[in-house]
Design a protein around this ligand. Sequence first.
Ligand SMILES: [Fe+2]
Length: 207
Amino acid sequence: MTMPMKHELPKLPYAYNALEPFIDAKTLEIHHTKHHQSYVDKLNAALEKYPELQSKTIEELIKSLYDIPEAIRTTVRNNAGGHFSHTLYWNTMSPTAEEYVPEKLGKEIIGTFGSIVEFKDQFSKAAANVFGSGWVWLIVTTNGKLKIVSTQGHDNPLMTGDRPLMVIDAWEHAYYLHYQNRRPEYIENWWNVVDWKAVEKNYNSPE
Ligand SMILES: [Fe+2]
């Protein structure tokens, strides 16, 4: 008999104070240990009665939402989504982030959006304009194009078959302790910790 696989909160690849002054330690710690942890816990609780779903990866669960029993579908959508989105968010930030966008991805961004500055501007505007709680993503669409998309709640591009490269958490819980209601200021500062090397790695490694 195999033990059911539980989803686990991933360790952050840096200390809670490592992204200061751009993301403050208290917000990051609560965000990771309370918010993200609760998505993982609720997902595990929802899957408890469904051993056949427990061996699926988070990506597999999200990509096959319509095969998930209706009784837990919304819970899985929200909490597997929250788990996936936060994991990408943590992994594409770094205290040693460099401003330089690696060449291959940089060329693709310039080809699509005109310039890096224009891309950042469009991305920031989309993040500022998320109504309520949501996320803004840079994705590779199913036909191979770069695109900026917004999602509500914890919906994410895996649900539409797209491939996410980077993401900003536009939920208030991502910034409120330090920035209060000043989401545009959080977004502007967040660019300082975007780990372009990690983003390009995602770009270069299609599933
Ligand atoms: Fe969050």
